[in-house]
Design a protein. Structure first.
Length: 107
């Protein structure tokens, strides 16, 4: 999941823009956030960005390849592990993809 989110941040950032990865505890969970300074995602597209085969640029006009499965697979893995995943984004200002997973029992 982390590799996919970092790869997306690199692909969608202009000229190698700044990318930040944060890991932090959050109420019994581990929160991982990948933030970029890339193209951003319009608010109208954010809810469906984790759907299967969803691409913001289906005609590849921006030269960014992919199947549109990466975020869908991330969402499915996160849900299978009892977590959640979301995005906060603004067009032309970048995106922050976060997911939370519960801490494993010490037993």
């Amino acid at each position: 999941m982390l590799i996919n989110l970092v790869d997306n941040a690199i692909k969608y950032s202009r000229d190698g823009g700044h990318i930040e990865v944060r890991l932090e505890p959050a109420d019994g969970h581990l929160r991982v956030t990948v933030q970029d300074e890339g193209l951003g995602i319009p608010a109208s597209e954010q809810e469906g960005i984790f759907d299967k085969f969803k691409r913001l640029d289906p005609n590849l006009t921006r030269g960014v390849g992919g199947t549109g499965l990466g975020l869908y697979i991330c969402r499915e893995f996160v849900h299978q592990m009892g977590g959640r995943i979301w995005v906060v984004s603004e067009p032309a200002k970048g995106s922050a993809f976060s997911f939370e997973l519960p801490w494993a029992d010490a037993a």
